[in-house]
Design a protein. Sequence first.
Length: 277
Amino acid sequence: MYEQRPQKIKNINGGNGSGGAIITTDNTDLSEYQSPTIAPLKNVAIATNALEKAIKRPRHLPGMICFYGPSGFGKSYSAAFAANKHNAYYIECKSTWSKKAVLAALAKEMGLVPARTMYEMTEQITERLAITDRPLIIDEMDHIVKREAVEIIRDLYEGSGCAMLLIGEENLPNALQKWERFHGRILDFIPAQAADASDVKILAGFYCRRVKIAEDLQIELAKVAKGSIRRICVNLARIEDEALESGMTEMDLHTWSYVLKKQFWTGEATIRKEYVR
């Protein structure tokens, strides 16, 4: 089994001299990892630099990296920035996709008209990857594992040698062990990091600009969200709405919990009170 994620990742090179960059430390400047629609979070930096590590690897090393973690940690959000930064092809796999559907989606992403057979599509895609030398990001890789279509991805990698970032849930590294020939071509397994108060602060400044969120509220929200970027964003929207409806431009923990008597969204449904006749 793979160990649980460390609190900080200082370097994804593992000391092999492959030319990758430091991902994130307490003092890392994350300002370069943002766009008009994407906040500069730790996982954005991690995903972007993980793909860069695969791109810049020495050619005698494998070129696939697995970026994994629980739902809600912002992996797909981070992949969007990485794809733009490195001009990568990107697909997000669906649970209903067959092996042929995976190939068809890849072909369309590359601007190709999908060929009639799986063999022909594999040749199409491999050739395009090799010619363009662009990296490939495959999101929701878990669906490919469940469909046992993993060897298709290996065929594309073997034929093109392109850098690949494979994104999936927490168990993805363990699930891939079933395919030794695939598993052995992974350069690194990079865990997404749980969001903390520093991420809440960044997200509040990015998506909750009309209301100032006090530090004590940021810290409590980080605890309640349990690492989930998605839950942080939902709660920031609720806080902003409640504050503006109450005529406030600032919100702290005491006001939220004891004055307005509001609770954070945790993902659990509210228990309905018994109907009394």
